[in-house]
Write a new protein. Sequence first.
Length: 353
Amino acid sequence: MKILTVVGARPQFIKAAAVSNVIRKEHKEILVHTGQHYDENMSKVFFEELQIPKPDYNLEIGSGNHGEQTGRMLIDLEKIYLKEKPDLVLVYGDTNSTLAGALCASKLLIPVSHVEAGLRSFNMNMPEEQNRILTDHISKLLFVPTATAQNNLHNEGITKGVYNVGDVMFDAVINFKKLAEEKSHIVKELSLENKNYILTTIHRAENTNDINRLKNIIEALNESNKDVVLPLHPRTKKYIENYGLKFNKNVKLINPVGYLDMISLEMNSEKIVTDSGGVQKEAFFMKKPCITMRDETEWVETVQNGWNVVVGTDKSKILNSVLNFQPNISQKSIFGSGKASYKVLDTINNIFK
Ligand code: UD1
Ligand code: UDP
């Protein structure tokens, strides 16, 4: 079978690192990078250190407004789909690259397979929520990571082609944890050994584009007086500079890091404070308390299980949780067995045999 996979943003490279090598054991994969993320530390580093196959095509679309970015992807993807004639198009997650990859295939009547289907925040102001819902409704195969995701699809009338395979990001952590322990020296380089530091990421549009939300987050981190490490997403860097916001000395700003450094920073942290989807899950995998600076989360099981608190961007709530939140119950298994990629492959094989 010829499977064409579309990736474009950082978390999709990590998901592909788990899935592509498994798919390639039995099928021909054409990998298309839309170029949505393009800085070396947002793209190239992942392909190199995780040995993701080199993309067959890089569309080099880059940044832009939603319509422009998605539209340019559609134009280029259509040409590639018509040339390559794939039997199946595979997309991950909820970015503009996901929607473009899926929509383009659907219009050409090529079956779409969506990995990480069924997630919902129930907040349609999020570009990701729009992308996910639209992608799910045009997908033939929907690989959900959790029972909640399966239920969300059921509530929207999507019951056919839904497979609960577990989470491919759990596969990635299992696959690369040992390598991170061997190869990453970031904790030592940042003089964080034996320190109770907080690892933070911020990039969600609703937090960066609103000066008050971003200011609250930064003030909470400043006032915590804890050692905080913050690998700064380029979107966030841009807004912080534009707004003229300042960090105290306790917050160490670093450039975005590769995946091995990131999971090493996660493993050695005391707590994780984030608005990222993937990082919330990784906090759970690493058994680290997670504080989520959003008004809702798609990963509700981590909250129900007591390891994640959703605090919005209220300064005192963030501060209080950074200082005091401690899960006091053992974890349940939420994200499958770490073999989600193989389940994706087996399902594709069964359906298309
Ligand atoms: C995108 C996804 C988001 C995902 C995130 C993962 C959409 C709508 N959003 O958000 O769901 O969680 O990726 O990180 O698809 N930039 C650079 N260099 C880069 C990439 C981006 O400087 O390599 C800057 C540009 O100023 C750009 C901004 O970051 O305008 C935002 O990039 P974009 O890809 O539009 O959205 P993200 O915030 O990265
Ligand atoms: N990540 C990384 N380096 C960083 C920040 C994040 O490798 O500097 C990884 C992180 O470990 C996770 C993924 O990127 O696997 C999450 O991506 P992001 O937060 O950009 O997007 P989201 O998951 O919210 O869509």
